[in-house]
Design a protein around this ligand. Structure first.
Ligand SMILES: O=C(O)CCC(=O)C(=O)O
Ligand SMILES: [Fe+2]
Length: 314
C-alpha cells in the first residue's frame, strides 16, 4: 500500500466521492494482531458491570455510549468505551486500578494496534491527497501540518446478541465528525452506509483482515465537498455478538480547518467556512436528533460570497 497504484488511487477517489467510504485490504496491519485486539475487547466488555462502571464516561472519555445516540428514540443495543489512543495506560487504570496481568496484556495489545494504525493513517491520508490531485512532491505546508498533527481517538463498540434485532439499533445513524475513521469489525456484518440516489442502507461486508474507511465531516470541509462524509449506522443480530473499533483521525481540537486551496476545482470557490473541531462539535450537538445537517450550517451562503466579491458595496 506504501506505493498505491494509479488504479488504487482512482478507486479511492471514486468511492470517496460516490460512497464516502470503502474497504481497505492489503494494508499491512497483521491479521493476527487484529484478532488479538478483538479478543481483548471482548474480555473488557465481559467484566462485571460494577468494574466497568468505575470508568463511567465523563468529559468525552470512558465507558458508556456517546451522548448523541440518546437523542434517538429506538432502543440502542450496545456498550462502548472511548479513549485517547495516546493515553491507554492511564485510561485503563480506571478499570484495573491495581494493574496486573490482564491490564498489561490489554494495554500492550492496544498500543501495538495504535502504532500500526497510526502509520497506516498517514499512508491513507497520502492516498487521499493523491486522489485529490495533490501529488507527493507538491504537498504544501498545510497538507504536511495536517499529516504531522493528526490526533487519534479510539472507540470500542460491543453489540451483544439481540433477541429482537428489528426493534433495536446498535448505533444510530450519524456521520463521524473528524477527518476519517478506520474501522476494524468482527467477522459479523452490521455496519451500514447510506447510499444516495435513491437512498438505501448498504451493508459493508465483513471481509477477514479488511478495514472499513469512512469519511468524516471535517474532511468534507477540507476537500470542499469533493469527498463526502457518509451517514452510517450499526445494526444488531440475534445470533452473534459483534465488536467494532473505529480509529478516529482528526485535527488538533483548536486547529482551523478550511477547504484546501489545492483541492478546490478550477472555477469553484471555497464552499465552507473555516472551523475548529471544538467549534464544530458545538454546532453538531445543536443539530442532533433534528432533521438537518451541521455541515449545512457551515456552508458559505450566496450573500456572503457576493459580499466577498464586492467589499464595501452594501
Ligand atoms: O459498529 C460499527 O461498525 C460502526 C461504529 C461507528 O460508526 C462509530 O462508533 O462511530
Ligand atoms: Fe461512526
Amino acid at each position: 500500500m506504501g506505493d498505491a497504484t494509479d488504479c488504487a488511487i482512482a478507486a479511492v477517489a471514486r468511492s470517496a466521492q460516490e460512497w464516502g467510504g470503502f474497504l481497505l485490504v492489503g494494508h499491512g496491519v497483521p491479521m493476527e494482531l487484529l484478532t488479538r485486539v478483538e479478543e481483548q475487547i471482548k474480555g473488557l466488555f465481559a467484566l462485571p458491570a460494577l468494574e466497568k462502571e468505575r470508568a463511567a464516561r465523563g468529559g468525552g472519555y470512558g465507558y458508556g455510549v456517546p451522548p448523541y445516540i440518546l437523542s434517538f428514540s429506538k432502543l440502542m443495543w450496545s456498550e462502548g468505551y472511548t479513549f485517547s489512543a495516546d493515553d491507554v495506560r492511564s485510561e485503563f487504570r480506571r478499570i484495573w486500578p491495581n494493574g496486573g496481568d490482564d491490564y498489561m496484556r490489554f494495554c500492550d495489545v492496544m498500543e501495538e494496534f495504535h502504532k500500526e494504525m497510526r502509520a497506516l493513517s498517514k499512508k491513507v491520508l497520502d492516498m487521499f491527497y493523491k486522489a485529490l490531485g495533490i501529488s507527493a512532491d507538491h504537498i504544501g505546508e498545510v497538507e504536511s501540518q495536517i499529516r504531522d498533527t493528526m490526533t487519534t481517538t479510539m472507540h470500542l463498540n460491543m453489540y451483544p446478541k439481540c433477541p429482537e434485532p428489528e426493534r433495536a439499533m446498535g448505533l444510530a445513524p450519524h456521520t463521524d465528525s473528524g477527518f476519517f475513521t478506520l474501522i476494524l469489525q468482527s467477522l459479523v456484518p452490521g455496519l451500514q452506509l447510506l447510499r444516495r440516489g435513491p437512498e438505501r442502507w448498504v451493508t459493508v461486508p465483513a471481509v477477514p483482515g479488511a478495514l472499513a474507511v469512512v469519511i468524516g465531516d471535517l474532511f468534507h470541509i477540507l476537500t470542499n465537498g469533493r469527498f463526502h462524509s457518509v451517514l452510517h449506522r450499526a445494526i444488531v443480530n440475534q445470533d452473534h455478538e459483534r465488536v467494532s473499533v473505529p480509529y478516529f483521525l482528526g485535527p488538533p481540537k483548536d486547529m482551523k480547518v478550511a477547504p484546501l486551496p489545492a483541492a478546490i476545482l478550477p472555477g469553484r470557490k471555497a464552499e465552507f467556512r473555516s472551523v475548529t473541531w471544538r467549534e464544530y462539535m458545538v454546532v453538531r450537538e445543536k443539530m442532533f436528533g433534528k432533521d438537518a445537517s451541521a455541515l449545512a450550517m457551515l456552508r458559505v451562503t450566496e450573500d456572503e460570497r457576493d459580499a466577498e466579491l464586492a467589499p464595501g458595496m452594501n
